[in-house]
Ligand binder design. Structure first.
Ligand SMILES: [Zn+2]
Length: 161
């Protein structure tokens, strides 16, 4: 792992700061050519407002580390919540968030539904499967709000995409 990669990999997601861009699966490639570094990232979903912050943070951190950095955005293949690493999923649970389940199968048409999606979500605090959706949108569009029927704690679930 190059030093530039290590710097880029340690930048965190502005919306879920317990996750690095590497944990989130957003960091696709780091090419080092002397002091010039080109980082390729894939947005978590199109129009995610966090993307501009991620790009700025990457450039800032790499500049501090002595590199001339540029960030490229790769839209294909599209990011999937399946790309969140096991370490990232554990970090979500450690912070009381429920990690996404398996993403919808690629290939087929993606149903555009306005109804809340039925998911099997377990409570990140007590592991109870008795949870109920309270809001399809949490603090950010990529999270849904749930409540545990056993420990009664509300928690956020990172959506499958
Ligand atoms: Zn619970």
């Amino acid at each position: 792992m190059s030093r530039a990669y290590a710097v880029a990999a340690s930048v965190t997601d502005p919306e879920m700061p317990m996750l690095t861009l590497e944990d989130l699966g957003v960091l696709r490639d780091v090419r080092e050519d002397g002091r010039r570094v080109t980082v390729t990232i894939t947005p978590t979903y199109s129009g995610c407002p966090a993307m501009a912050t991620m790009r700025d943070d990457l450039v800032h951190r790499l500049t501090e580390a002595g590199y001339a950095a540029q960030v490229e955005i790769a839209l294909s293949p599209a990011w999937s919540s399946d790309w969140i690493t096991e370490r990232g999923r554990q970090a979500l649970r450690d912070h009381g968030l429920s990690a996404p389940g398996a993403a919808p199968r690629p290939g087929g048409p993606i149903p555009l539904t306005l109804m809340p999606t039925a998911r099997a979500v377990t409570c990140p605090r007590c592991d109870s499967a008795r949870t109920e959706l309270t809001s399809e949108y949490g603090a950010t569009a990529c999270k849904a709000l749930y409540r545990c029927a056993d420990c009664l704690e509300p928690f956020e679930h990172v959506k499958e995409i």
